[in-house]
Design a protein around this ligand. Sequence first.
Ligand code: FES
Length: 183
Amino acid sequence: MSDTGSSNGKQKSKVHPSGDDRYVALDRTMKRFHNEKDALLEVLHSAQETFGYLSEELLFYISNHLHVPLSQVYGVATFYHLFTFEPQGKHNCIVCTGTACHVKGSSEIVEKMSAVLSIPVGKTTEDGLFSLSTARCLGCCGLAPVAVINGEIQGKATPETIAKKVGLILADEMVVQDQEEAG
Ligand code: FES
């Protein structure tokens, strides 16, 4: 399907050749930066925002369009903690492991959450409900140790408070599932 309407007589297609319209947004970002190599970080941000994670295919696409070697694209993407390479869960828990949080025991929170969810850091539960990740500093060191659950900052966190929060979310999900099953 293509849009044949045009004010200057030329035909413009709105559908991306890949068939995935999310690429239209990504192309727009790259175009805004004139496909400059220097825009790599911005483009990676935009890609993650649009697609939710950076797939191999996406990194390859960006490498091609910005004329940056794939190794360099990988290098930049893996350097920054905020990029993810797998689809994320419906809910997410990010534990800060920056210096201030580390000193105040964030590694115990990570361990606990990893045990509660039965997944290592950087992974998503099999049912796709929860992702667990870490960040180097979430910018609120005064509240250390800090975790973020579904975008909500949990300051002065303990393994127990975070596990309880996550447990409540999972319990809610089970209620929803039961209701769905009951029709
Ligand atoms: S080190 Fe954790 S918020 Fe800064």
